[in-house]
Each structure stands twice: as C-alpha cells, then as structure tokens.
Design a protein around this ligand. Structure first.
Ligand SMILES: *[C@@H]1O[C@H](CO)[C@@H](O)[C@H](O)[C@H]1NC(C)=O
Ligand SMILES: *[C@@H]1O[C@H](CO)[C@@H](O)[C@H](O)[C@H]1NC(C)=O
Ligand SMILES: *[C@@H]1O[C@H](CO)[C@@H](O)[C@H](O)[C@H]1NC(C)=O
Ligand SMILES: *[C@@H]1O[C@H](CO)[C@@H](O)[C@H](O)[C@H]1NC(C)=O
Ligand SMILES: *[C@@H]1O[C@H](CO)[C@@H](O)[C@H](O)[C@H]1NC(C)=O
Ligand SMILES: *[C@@H]1O[C@H](CO)[C@@H](O)[C@H](O)[C@H]1NC(C)=O
Ligand SMILES: *[C@@H]1O[C@H](CO)[C@@H](O)[C@H](O)[C@H]1NC(C)=O
Ligand SMILES: *[C@@H]1O[C@H](CO)[C@@H](O)[C@H](O)[C@H]1NC(C)=O
Ligand SMILES: *[C@@H]1O[C@H](CO)[C@@H](O)[C@H](O)[C@H]1NC(C)=O
Length: 476
C-alpha cells in the first residue's frame, strides 16, 4: 500500500515539476528578458544631464550656461559599467591612430577606446552596432581583436540609406542619446549636444528594443514580413512612460526611423516631432545642422513637405513663435536659403506670426584648419523637447536609420527649486541664439557663408535645372 502511495506522490511531483517548467518557459516567451527586468520592477526615478561638446576656441560670454562635457559624460558612463555596454554609432574613427595634429580631442578619443578595451578585459559584455560601410574601420577591427562584439547593419540593402543612429545603453540602466557619434571630430571642432539618463531601466526596456531590432537584421538583406513581438514599441505618443527626471515629473517615449524599422506601436520620428510641435503653446525652437525639405537621392530630387508643412501650420494657424537655428558650412545645400526664406515669408502681414532664422557660423581664426560646425539636432518648446540623431532633411527621415527621445513635462515650472531638463535645453538654445556666433537671416540677402560657395561653384546653365541638387544655383 505505502509503495503505491509513493508512486502516486512521485507521479504528482513529476507532473508538478513539468507544469512549473512549462509555466516558466511560457513566461519567458511573453515576458521580458534574461535580467528579469520588467515594466513592474524597472527604475522610474532617473537622473538626467545634458552633455555638450563645445569646440575649443568657441567662446561665449562669461556667464553663459554650460553643461557636462561630452567626453566626461561618456567616460562617466564607461566608468559606471559593470555588466554591459551597447553602442550604436554612425561613424567609428574616434580613436583612429591616424593623428592629424596632437589635439586634446584626439587623446580623449584614445582614452575612450582604451577604456572600452579595459572593460572587455574585465569581462564586461560590449556590443557595437555599425553600418556595414564601416566594416573596414581600423577602430572596429582593433576592438574586435580585443574580443568586442561588432555587428553590422547593411542599410543599403533595406533603404539605400545609412545608419545615422547614435545611442548608448550601459548596464541596461543608463542611456546616452544625441547628435554625437564616435567620430573623432565629435570631441573636436564639432559642437554637439546629447542627453544622459542614469538609473533609467524603464526607458532602457524600450530603447534596447531598437538595438535588438538592428541586431535581428544582421546577416540579412531583407526586413522580415513581420517583426517578433519582442521588438514592438512599449511606449508611444498615447502610451508615454511616466518618469521622474531629477525632481521633475515627465512623460517620455523613444521614436525610430525609417518607417520600415517601426514595428507595431513604435512611433516614427516624424510623428514624434509632430506631437511635440502640436503640443507647443507658445514657442518652438529648433537647432539642427541642416534644414532642407527635399529628398536628394542619386539622380532624383523631390520635395519632402512633412516637417515644413507642420511648421507652416504652427506659424499660420496656431500663432506659435518659431525659431530656427541652422548651420552654414561647406555642405549646406544652396536651396536652404530659399526654403527658409519662404518659411519667413509666410508670416508677411500676419499679426503674431513669427518665424526667425539664424545661421550659426562662428568666425574662424585664420590659423584654424578645421571649421567649427554646430551639429546639434534637437527641438525645445514651452512644454517638451525632442532630442534626435537626424538633421531635418528629407533623406534622413526617409532613408536613414536613427532614433529620438521625446521628453514632456507634466507638472508646472513653478513649484520646484531646480531647473528642469527642458528649461536647461531652452537656455542652451538661447545662449547660442543670442551669441555673436549666430547671424540673422535677412530675406533679401544671401548670407556670406552661402554666397562664397555659390560663386565658387559657378553654375553652368543646364537643361535639367537643379536635378542633381547642387551647383546649379544662380545669384543675380
Ligand atoms: C550675462 O552678463 C551680462 C553682462 O555682465 C548681462 O548683461 C547678461 O544679462 C548676463 N546674462 C545672463 C543670462 O545672466
Ligand atoms: C590618415 O589621414 C589622412 C588625412 O586626414 C588621410 O588622407 C589618410 O587616408 C588617413 N589614413 C588612414 C590609414 O586612415
Ligand atoms: C566589407 O563589405 C564589403 C562590401 O560592402 C565586402 O566586400 C567586404 O568583404 C567586407 N569586409 C569585411 C572585412 O567584412
Ligand atoms: C549590402 O547590400 C547591398 C545591396 O543588397 C549589396 O550589394 C552589398 O553587397 C551588401 N553588403 C554587404 C557587406 O553584405
Ligand atoms: C543609481 O542608483 C544607485 C542605487 O540606487 C545609486 O547608488 C547611484 O548613485 C545612482 N546613480 C546616479 C548617477 O544617480
Ligand atoms: C591661433 O591663433 C591664436 C591667436 O593668434 C592662438 O591663440 C591659437 O592658439 C592659435 N590656434 C592654433 C590651433 O594654432
Ligand atoms: C526650495 O528651497 C527652499 C529653501 O531651500 C525649501 O524650503 C523648499 O522646501 C524647496 N522647495 C522644494 C519644492 O523643494
Ligand atoms: C540632475 O542631477 C544631477 C546630479 O544628481 C545633476 O548633475 C544634473 O545637472 C541634474 N539635472 C538637471 C536637469 O537638473
Ligand atoms: C561647367 O562647364 C565647364 C566647361 O564646359 C566644365 O569644365 C565644368 O566642369 C562645368 N562645371 C560644372 C559645375 O558642371
């Protein structure tokens, strides 16, 4: 009798064990990930800081606002790393040994790469994501030899575009996202801006899915018909993630591009930008290197009205004050002036319609071989901010891969002592806007920085007009 009982109990125990195993495997299928990180146990009280690279020799007034340097911000992130570092970058020559001059920025680049190797030697997992066009980068090959995992994305195959995404995830807790990639000029003559969020694993849950989406595409020349559920967006325009950034209550979500890379519930960058502009009540300040509502692709050129139209709507129908701070540099498209002038012109004779545009073009010292360029890629309004990887040109949004972060304040600006990230970003914009490096765009005068270029590439009159997008521009 007792033997039978034993067998029955044994069978029951076995059944129970199998059941438990089944439940756990089911949980694993729909649940979150290896670390057991879920929407219920992730961190929602984050610290945040802006990081900037201000090129040497770019001087502001003494009391101008300043933030943690990009180099120090990145180094801090690497110093914190205990388990993993994931980096997506659009370029990879940060620590190329090919020194042109002994700039401090080149040494800083070296320190960052040495740090990555040191982390690897301490068994910290490092994953780097690059466009396959950089597969011969000596930096990547050197890191690979040191055991770092390098993954390539062939954007040519999906959209004939490029990987322009630039973000970091450290220990599945800390995030960097912004204009700077691992380009040696990012710590040098380029003016860059990004944001670092510490202890913010709830947001990581979602951003990591964009990294995972890229990962899922390596070795593939096609995008799958349908994406795995694990790559779906977690938070969006109507389902924002509520967080505390320092002392401020905010709602955030990440956006992604191109459309082809947006599975269910993932917000497209253009839609994220729309939502921030629509939400503004008083002003929209935009700081980007290039502004051009065109898609210039090989031999064709077409108008890309999406963001341009949204700005016109905000100006004319909603009386939102818009400021546009763009750069004027050697690759500025000659039609930039025309499109920006036409945005200005739409306000003619309309009371409280205001678009102001300025070019950020620091006067160069005679002995500097490299021009300093503002590569910022953000927008700030009276209520929200969007910090992204793209310039506001059609090609980026339609063909290239990149991500963005939207931060919206939910409480007022009154009952706090600290300044919020939105206020800080606004102060950065105003610092640049009112500095003597920014020049107003007058609608009847082509700015000097463009003029030189226009005369230099003296146009040949051709039948196909502006078909190749460049070098066919006449100045009367
Ligand atoms: C900076 O200082 C100048 C003169 O000292 C002053 O006019 C200006 O208002 C100050 N700006 C800020 C943002 O405090
Ligand atoms: C080193 O830099 C020079 C000038 O910047 C460039 O022409 C050359 O191709 C570079 N060499 C390597 C190996 O990257
Ligand atoms: C890099 O990519 C090219 C094609 O774009 C390919 O021919 C070459 O073999 C690749 N090199 C490496 C080292 O993977
Ligand atoms: C990337 O895709 C293009 C177009 O499909 C192909 O020609 C090229 O060989 C691919 N590059 C690599 C390195 O696989
Ligand atoms: C992140 O959280 C940990 C544990 O609560 C804390 O020790 C650390 O200082 C925090 N990091 C930052 C940058 O606030
Ligand atoms: C350029 O010249 C200025 C003043 O003449 C000097 O302060 C600066 O160090 C020089 N910069 C370089 C890169 O040589
Ligand atoms: C702001 O600072 C004052 C004085 O330091 C303090 O009494 C007050 O509680 C602070 N308010 C908040 C919201 O932290
Ligand atoms: C948030 O707190 C950190 C220190 O914990 C500070 O360095 C940072 O400047 C603060 N950010 C804002 C936006 O106040
Ligand atoms: C303009 O025409 C000349 C002579 O026909 C030619 O050499 C030059 O390359 C052309 N320039 C451009 C920008 O097409």
């Amino acid at each position: 009798m007792s033997q039978q009982k034993c067998i029955v109990i044994f069978a029951l125990v076995c059944c129970f064990a199998v059941l438990v195993a089944l439940i756990f495997s089911a949980v694993d299928i729909v649940g979150e990930d290896e670390d057991g990180l879920t929407e219920d146990n992730c961190q929602k009280k984050c610290r945040v800081t802006l990081v900037e690279n201000i090129p040497e020799g770019l001087v502001y007034s003494e009391n101008a606002t300043s933030h943690l340097s990009l180099y120090q911000g990145w180094m801090n992130l690497l110093n914190m790393a205990e388990k993993s570092v994931d980096i997506v970058s659009s370029s990879w020559d940060l620590c190329s040994k090919n020194f042109t001059q002994s700039f401090q920025s080149e040494r800083q680049g070296q320190y960052l790469c040495e740090k990555l190797k040191e982390l690897k030697s301490r068994n910290i997992e490092i994953k780097l994501m690059s466009d396959v066009q950089h597969n011969t980068s000596e930096v990547l090959q050197d890191l690979k030899r040191n055991g770092v995992e390098v993954q390539y994305l062939n954007m040519t195959a999906y959209t004939e575009g490029r990987l322009h995404a630039s973000f970091w995830v450290v220990d599945r807790k800390h995030i960097y996202i912004g204009s700077a990639s691992l380009d040696k000029q990012s710590l040098g003559q380029m003016k860059e801006l990004g944001v670092i969020l510490y202890n913010c694993s709830c947001l990581v849950l979602d951003l990591q899915r964009i990294f995972a989406l890229y990962s899922s595409l390596r070795f593939k020349d096609n995008v799958p018909q349908s994406w795995s559920r694990r790559l779906y967006g977690l938070f969006g325009k109507e389902t924002e993630l509520e967080l505390q950034l320092n002392e401020t209550e905010v709602k955030v979500f990440v956006s992604n591009s191109p459309k082809l890379f947006c599975p269910t519930d993932r917000v497209l960058d253009v839609d994220a930008i729309y939502s921030v502009i629509d939400d503004a009540q008083r002003f929209v300040y935009i700081a980007v290197m290039d502004y051009l509502p065109l898609v210039v692709n090989k031999n064709t050129i077409r108008y890309w009205p999406d963001i341009d139209g949204k700005i016109r709507e905000a100006l004319v129908l909603r009386k939102i004050k818009v400021r546009l701070l763009i750069s004027c540099w050697k690759d500025t498209h000659p039609l930039t002036f025309n499109f920006v002038s036409s945005l200005k012109a739409i306000c003619i004779e309309l009371p409280s319609c205001s678009l102001e545009a300025k070019f950020f073009a620091p006067k160069e010292q005679k002995n500097m071989s490299f021009p300093k360029i503002n590569r910022n890629k953000y927008m700030v309004t009276d209520r929200a901010a969007y910090i992204g990887n793209f310039d506001w040109v059609g090609d980026d949004f339609t063909h290239n891969a990149g991500a963005g972060l939207v931060i919206r304040e939910t409480d007022g600006w009154n009952n706090r002592n600290d300044t919020s990230i939105i206020e800080q970003l606004k102060a950065v914009f105003e610092r640049d806007w009112y500095s003597n490096h920014a020049r107003s765009l007058l609608s009847n005068k082509i700015p000097d920085c463009l003029k030189q270029k226009l005369y230099r590439s003296a146009p040949n009159k051709t039948a196909n007009g502006i078909a190749d997008g460049k070098d066919h521009f006449t100045v009367q």
